[in-house]
Design a protein around this ligand. Structure first.
Ligand code: ADP
Ligand code: MG
Length: 251
């Protein structure tokens, strides 16, 4: 089943066309990788799917579960089951992280007509999930992402995924700031979610994460459009063309 379909998409930011004739089909339960040089339009694509107001669709369609979602608000998309982990996580001083997780989880559960958690039940669920993540419980008491290290922000996003249970998960450079043990751990979680028929679009520069994932398709994006798609071997053919950061930079 096609979960996400992008047809002939053109997107404009501040009067500049960034995405051009972009087409992408993602079936339920698949892992798709998107790679490409800096400025190719990868984050623009993820923010457009999220429904960010700045990214104006001037042509084309985005279909999620066979419905055109071009005009859906950000929160409606989230409630329908689309989750985006942003390349640059937003810090919100004064918004307690655990409270944020509690409110967002319950608002999505309410929309999906699932039973809402009471706070103590939720706290227990969160503590069970963080055990798997090598995640310090102290982060729950702090303000959302505020002063978190790069890796802690990314782990907080993974925790959100485990709580919100989205259908389509878009990860924009989730591997930046993570050491190899955390990369392996997160790859493991992603592979397990794939077994549960969750669907992923993973934007990355690094081959390291790819080595551990059960990938269906890799897409290369350049100049606002997907120029090539193929299986995991595609990356070996393109690795010297600047789509991947050098190993040195990664350390
Ligand atoms: P990538 O994630 O592939 O590195 P981006 O999607 O962030 O690339 O950016 C694609 C292009 O769009 C770049 O040229 C970038 O400068 C431009 N761009 C992105 N966001 C904005 C914005 N808010 N205003 C103006 N230009 C933008
Ligand atoms: Mg980007």
């Amino acid at each position: 089943m096609c979960l996400l379909q992008i047809k002939n998409l053109y997107v404009k930011i501040n009067n500049q066309i960034i995405l051009k004739n972009l087409n992408l089909n993602v079936n339920k339960g698949e892992i798709h990788i998107i790679m490409g040089p800096n400025g190719a339009g990868k984050s623009t694509l993820s923010l457009t799917i999220s429904g960010h107001k700045k990214y104006k669709i001037i042509q084309g369609e985005i279909l999620f579960q066979n419905n055109i979602i071009n005009n859906y608000s950000i929160d409606k998309r989230a409630k329908k089951g689309i989750f985006i982990s942003l390349q640059d996580n937003i810090e919100i001083p004064g918004l307690n992280n655990l409270f944020f997780l509690y409110k967002s989880t319950n608002s999505i559960r309410k929309y999906q007509k699932k039973k809402e958690f009471d706070f103590f039940e939720f706290k227990n669920t969160v503590y069970k999930k963080i055990n798997k993540l090598n995640y310090s419980p102290k982060l729950l008491k702090r303000s959302l992402n505020t002063g978190f290290s790069g890796g802690e922000k990314k782990k907080n996003d993974i925790l959100q995924i485990l709580l919100l249970k989205p259908k389509l998960i878009i990860l924009d450079e989730i591997d930046s700031g993570l050491d190899i043990d955390n990369i392996k751990n997160i790859a493991n979680i992603i592979n397990n979610l794939k077994k549960q028929k969750k669907t992923f679009i993973i934007i990355t520069h690094y081959k390291k994460l790819l080595n551990y994932l059960q990938i269906n398709t890799i897409h290369i994006i350049n100049n606002g459009t997907i120029i090539k798609s193929g299986n995991k071997y595609l990356i070996n053919k393109t690795k010297n063309k600047g789509y991947e950061c050098s190993e040195k930079k990664n350390k």
